[in-house]
Design a protein around this ligand. Sequence first.
Ligand code: BDR
Ligand code: CA
Length: 319
Amino acid sequence: SFPFYLDCDTGIDDALALAYLLASPQADVRGIGAVSGNVSAAVGARNSLDLLELAGHAHIPVALGAHDPLAGSFGGGAPWVHGANGIGEVSLAASSVSLAPETAAEMLVRLAHEHPGTLRVLAIGPLTNIAEALGLEPSLPELVAEITIMGGAALAPGNLTPVAEANIANDPEAAAVVLSAGWNVTLVPLDVTMTNVLEENHRQELLASSGAVPRALGEMLGYYFRFYEGIFGRACSAMHDPLAAALAVGAVTAAVAPVVHVDVDTTSGPGRGQTVCDLRGLYMDYPEQPGARCRVVLSLEDDFAPHLVERLLNYFEIP
Ligand code: BDR
Ligand code: CA
């Protein structure tokens, strides 16, 4: 298994991704950083600690990261999507574990030095902490094996603005730094996360589990489903962050995933936060892009939802 650093803004799909990583034999989670996004970094960090406690992994350290994006200030989160507490108004028993004595960016740099060439990074919130870590350690791209990012919208519409996805839109400056840092990036945009959904029967399977973690996730998903009902017209939800986790551990395979240049719009116009992916090769004879390091996942080989549910149930079921 590979050592992992997870950076998240622990809302509902982040909670699913965290549980999925814990349940994945390919991943050894060495640290979790919190960034403001769905909720403030402080609330997200508490959610991660409480989830780790419930999952029996309270030994994994959680570090507080950036409250504000590189430019401007935290916009208050997305309570209409994730609830005011970030986890669909589900109350978990409060962990008594304290936050790590380092920032999230410091934790990432430390782990990269402890696991040179093997550390995997999974970033499923705004990219502020990752950009700060690059500032602390410019050779981070050589130390980290690969980074998987849930974010952006390649050909699909945005979700926070007409063209911008929330993780990128909440800190475009950080995303621009991270996507141009010269490391191997796998970008998991809305194109693939909005088209692989979890249905009510999957949620019922989680709720019927003997394990406390799948049951809590099933309850959280009730809140998430109500938001997504307004988009899809039925009780279901997108699976942004757990899908990025599954691609990061290699448990699901991308079908279409060109390696291209990706620019982030950091202007103040209507394109702010857009991920401009050079996908011209999809429909015309277009030369290879020298120096391109960003693999943009546009579709999957596998059906993701059954795999997600099965992995969570198998791992967290009480024998
Ligand atoms: C992304 O934004 C957050 O709301 C979700 O947790 C996910 O990481 C989807 O746009
Ligand atoms: Ca997230």
